[in-house]
Design a protein around this ligand. Sequence first.
Ligand code: ADP
Length: 458
Amino acid sequence: MPRLKRVLIANRGEIAVRVLRAARDLGIETVAVYSTADRDARHVALADRAVHIGPPSASASYLRREALVHVAQASGCDSVHPGYGFLAEDADFARMVAAAGLTWVGPDPETITQMGDKARARALAARAGVPVVAGSDGILRDDDEAVQFGREHGYPLLLKASAGGGGKGMRVVHGEEELMPALALARQEASGAFGDDGMYVERYLSSVRHVEVQVMADHHGGVVSLGERDCSVQRRHQKLVEEAPAPCLTDSVRNNLSETAVRLAAAANYRGAGTVEYLLDTATGDFAFIEMNTRIQVEHPVTEEITGVDLVAWQLRVAGGERLDGIDSPVARGHAMEFRITAEDPTADFRPSPGRIARFDPPSGPGIRCDTHCYSGWTVSPYYDSLIAKLVVHGTDRDESIRRARRALDEFEIDGVATTLPFHRWLLDQPEFIDGTHTTSYLAERLARTHIQQEAMT
Ligand code: ADP
């Protein structure tokens, strides 16, 4: 397997810039693609070459599989990196890339298909001896199966779209009388978002943390764990803040999580970067698998900061055939946190706020990293997701990370669009977050209890 020489980056925004930087560090040439809305984008300016692929709408540009493969071939690329989102977990695209004689920077299409079908992924995890949340045996064959599940396991339960992602098609049900209407709505949402209304049902765990393990696997049977991340600060099942290592874990639980994740990756014949997600009860140390993501994740930098391992560079290296010897058993150092800064208004129910950024002035100094594609004068498009920057802080321990985060968030100046900066400043003053005792339902409960608008968020 030859080392990669020229990669097509089939994405935009901060992750396109991130991949480009890793490629450049490795001496790999980069070809960017862009829609009309992204003509002045940073990934376009930084790439060795950039090719226009269509109008702003993602379906007419970043999601055009054939066009992307064609651009890769025509521009002499030997590989395609999909980033996250868009086509990153699209097995058909991965297959087309391989059929065109190009290297796909990610796992096998068959692995993507298997893990993308959450019901199948759960079954594989259970076979590999990984604990899973009690749930239906695969996709519900009919609605009555959900009723039977509720009678057997009790409420609340969670309806989940088998093809789901980003918290869509997910519904908590508190009693049998709610079940049928909720199922109908969830199916409708799933079919709209994913073109697939297959559902399964799980017990809803109400006092848990989201803890996930970063794995990396090469093409020679090597699999390593790079430790865990905690992503329990969530709104509508979507992550807002992530940190590594996870607070409040004993060494034995920590090791157990990593070992289990490596076992699952090995059972799935995994290749490249992947994340095994769990829900964990900190009181008992019990954890259960929920899903595996077959791509680099938004929150990968916190792991990079504490391990010193460039995960995106390693994606490119293992795709080019290298062995993982270089990152075997990395030692974690200190504590890192990531704050997702989006162009959304936290005082108006996180309503998107696209528009021109008049001033973009990110923080810097010891322990601060800001992954972004934005600059003063850049226009945040309504066509794409609203992430504008990832503020990552690193300190010797969690307290120092929090202090550095406060400094960095105070320094950060963004004018012209509403952002979640005030939300993050507010969060850093909340006792539950400072103690690290918050669960995945913390934010919803906290936001319901108070008029955050009237609090320190203005
Ligand atoms: P998605 O792929 O849509 O992100 P996940 O399966 O990763 O969906 O779940 C997202 C979040 O939803 C989790 O981090 C957790 O907060 C919540 N969640 C998922 N499954 C359960 C469950 N069985 N009980 C309680 N919360 C859950």
